[in-house]
Ligand binder design. Structure first.
Ligand SMILES: Nc1nc2c([nH]c(=O)n2[C@H]2C[C@H](O)[C@@H](COP(=O)(O)OP(=O)(O)OP(=O)(O)O)O2)c(=O)[nH]1
Length: 364
């Protein structure tokens, strides 16, 4: 069994820290969970809860994090400058793949004296968003006892939706109990079925912001001309690139937690700012995001995406680039993957990218 704490950077929320459990948490954990009001809501917790079980369980959570099987974390709050254990939250990878990919099972409990403050929603929501952005999962499942409306409300607030009923064995209750099942995908939980264009990305002009007057130029648009829109939605112009290395592999970058569509893999790039050309935007983005220098001459127009999201219409020229200067690195801490064209389909990507992947596979 693992004897060193797992390598896991704590997750923070406004009021809480989620970090691996420590041996020193065992006494507080035992005190909080060896409470009938808490234990009776939990399937895998016996009651009474033996003190020694706290030590064994903490050690087993380390091994599970190291193995990439489950992430059970201590929820730590602060009171009067001192840290204290408030509860636990965990996600366990399901063995079987669901329809859209792997799923993880969510569980949590909060010590009775911390009830009623939104702790479970804050901690479980944070862990779910982290997991969707960093693990290879497409959905999260959970269950709550039929007679536990508080927990059902927490799951609904995180974005999980009812998914039927079931029966589960509860150690604490000594037998099978009826439960309600819940499930949520990336869109429900991260709330970005449709990433809104950010304020600074308000529909960029498709031409230069202030074209120099020229004698033979076409007449400027009337001052009250509507901003570019397609199908009644503002246009979001994004420039992206398929960087191809000497082995013919394509670079994908993972959208980090906090951004719309977090956890999906994309072609590096970003929004074209007012007054920029797509090439200039890409050169800037590649420096900012990957620390490489690319010249416009090395950006070959390849194809484009035209996709209607709920709040905007995305127009995204995709360039091909085989030459750049510098070592590619994820400056913003984003995960990167060099992927063989035939394997691109195995990466969850934004809906707009699906046709691009098929074209790249055929072309490369
Ligand atoms: N870069 C990139 N964006 C994509 C792809 N597919 C896709 O739908 N998009 C969408 C997601 C976003 O709504 C938008 C890109 O916006 P972004 O927020 O990543 O742009 P940015 O890098 O300028 O971000 P920021 O500085 O404003 O945070 O385009 C893709 O393959 N690459």
């Amino acid at each position: 069994m693992t004897s060193a704490p797992p390598d896991f950077a704590p997750l923070r929320t406004e009021r809480l820290t989620l970090r691996p459990l420590r041996p020193g948490d065992a006494a507080a954990l035992h005190r909080l969970v060896n409470d009938w009001e808490v234990a009776k809501t939990l399937a895998r917790v016996p009651f009474p809860y033996p003190r020694a079980l706290a030590d064994t369980w903490i050690a087993s959570t380390w091994a599970q994090i190291e193995a990439g099987e489950a992430w059970h974390l201590a929820v730590i709050g602060e009171e009067g400058g001192a840290e204290h254990l408030v509860g636990c939250v965990g996600l366990t990878l399901a063995r079987a793949r669901g329809r859209d990919g792997r799923t993880a099972e969510l569980g949590y409990w909060v010590g009775r004296r911390f009830w009623g403050h939104g702790v479970a929603t804050e901690a479980a929501g944070r862990l779910c968003r982290w997991a969707l952005a960093n693990l290879d999962i497409a959905a999260i499942r959970a269950s709550a006892l039929k007679d536990n409306p508080r927990s059902q409300a927490v799951l609904a607030r995180i974005g999980l939706r009812p998914a039927g009923e079931g029966v589960q064995t509860f150690l604490s209750r000594g037998g099978p109990m009826p439960v309600l099942l819940f499930e949520g995908g990336r869109e429900e939980i991260t709330g970005d079925a449709a990433p809104p264009p950010l304020a600074d990305a308000a529909p960029p002009p498709l031409a230069d912001a202030a074209p120099p007057p020229a004698a033979d130029a076409a007449p400027p648009p009337a001052a009250d001309a509507a901003p570019p829109s397609l199908g009644g939605k503002p246009v979001l112009l994004v420039a992206a690139v398929a960087l191809v290395d000497a082995d013919g592999r394509v670079l994908l970058a993972r959208r980090p937690e906090g951004k719309p569509l977090a956890g999906l893999w994309e072609f590096p790039g970003g929004k074209v700012k007012p007054g920029e050309t797509p090439e200039a935007a890409l050169i800037r983005e590649l420096k900012e995001e990957l620390d490489i220098d690319v010249s416009a001459a090395c950006l070959g127009p390849f194809t484009f995406a035209s996709h209607t999201y709920e709040k905007f219409h995305l127009l995204m020229p995709l360039y091909l680039c085989r030459r750049w200067q510098g070592e590619v690195r994820g400056v913003e801490g984003q995960a990167l993957a060099w992927v063989r064209p035939q394997k691109l389909g195995g990466y969850a990507m934004p809906p707009a990218d699906k046709p691009l992947v098929a074209m790249l596979r055929d072309f490369l």
